[in-house]
Structure formats: C-alpha cells, structure tokens
Design a protein around this ligand. Structure first.
Ligand SMILES: [Cu+2]
Length: 135
C-alpha cells in the first residue's frame, strides 16, 4: 500500500486522534517534535483472536504470538459456523456460537505456550498457538 493513499491517511489520522487527542486532517510529514514510533501493543487489554469460517486470526503458529500474563486472551466467533476453543494443555474445550466469545481473563493462562484448536475444523487448519510471557 502506498503511504500517500487516502485510506492510509484516514487510518493514520484516526490513530493520531486516539493517541494525541487531536488531528488537523493535514498530513504532518515534518512532525512537531514528537518522536514517531510504532504503536506498542496494548498490554492492559486482552489479546483478541477472531474466529471466522474456518480459521483463527492472529494466533498463527508461524507468527509466534506472545502476550503478557496480565493481558488475558479472548477468542471471538465472527463467523457463521459453530466454532470451538480447545486448549489441550489445560484440558479446556469450549464451543463458541456465532457472535459469542470465549474470555480467558477470568481463567488466566499461566506462562507457557498453548495450542489453540477448533475441534470441529482442526482438519481444515483451524489451529493456532499463543505464548503467555511470565513478566
Ligand atoms: Cu471452527
């Protein structure tokens, strides 16, 4: 994507609005003394994986996703099929109906690496992995 596209500017403007509490609508190529930086992942909000038909987003094994212990972890079913979160390491298996979510905030995962499997669609590759850091 070209950095000068209107969509990209709109996205960046929205981010600036959230981060800086204001946005002029003008591109700010020179900056105003604020260091440009990559937005860090929020550590005080749960990490969310979206389940669609039939795939988990944002917990791909190859991406080696890790979250802070305090964050918690939510899987939202935004597809139209019934999905499931099975975490063999903690003997957890919960179905998630369309529009529902599984919230592991109150059932916090101890530090370690976990497999996330949809028992209905594992054969279609609906699997993932997440590591909970100890710090
Ligand atoms: Cu599924």
């Amino acid at each position: 994507m070209r950095s000068s596209s209107p969509v990209w500017k709109m996205i960046m403007c929205s981010l600036l609005l959230v981060l800086a509490g204001g946005c002029s609508g003008e591109p700010d190529e020179a900056g105003e003394g604020l260091p440009r930086r990559t937005i860090p992942p929020p550590t005080d909000e749960p990490y969310v994986s979206v389940a669609i038909d039939n795939h988990f987003h944002d917990i791909h094994v190859e991406d080696d996703i890790s979250i802070a212990f305090e964050q918690g972890f939510i899987v939202k079913n935004q597809g139209s099929n019934l999905h499931n979160v099975t975490i063999p390491e903690i003997d957890l298996s919960k179905d998630i109906r369309p529009g529902q979510q599984v919230d592991l905030l109150g059932d916090r995962l101890e530090p370690g690496t976990y497999s996330i499997v949809c028992k209905y669609h594992a054969s279609e590759g609906m699997v993932g992995s997440i590591t909970v850091r100890s710090e």
